[in-house]
Design a protein around this ligand. Structure first.
Ligand code: SF4
Length: 63
């Protein structure tokens, strides 16, 4: 399983603050959005779940 970020991301930075091992803010097409980095998703599962809950626009889910 891998976390994914959909187009509704507003670039608030919360997921990166909660789990910087997995989420990183990036400038893409003049927008700041969260991208999923290569990481051990299993080890970071709890923090990814926390980021999913904390995301204000429900942009993160497990693939
Ligand atoms: S918490 Fe949600 S809206 Fe904020 S940067 Fe992460 S994916 Fe985007």
């Amino acid at each position: 399983m891998k976390p994914i970020v959909n187009d509704s991301c507003i670039g608030c930075g919360t997921c990166e603050a909660v789990c910087p091992e997995v989420f990183k803010m990036e400038d893409k097409d003049d927008r700041i959005i969260a991208v999923v980095q290569k990481a051990d998703y299993k080890t970071n599962k709890d923090k990814v779940d926390e980021a999913i809950t904390a995301c204000p626009v429900q942009a993160i889910s497990w693939e």
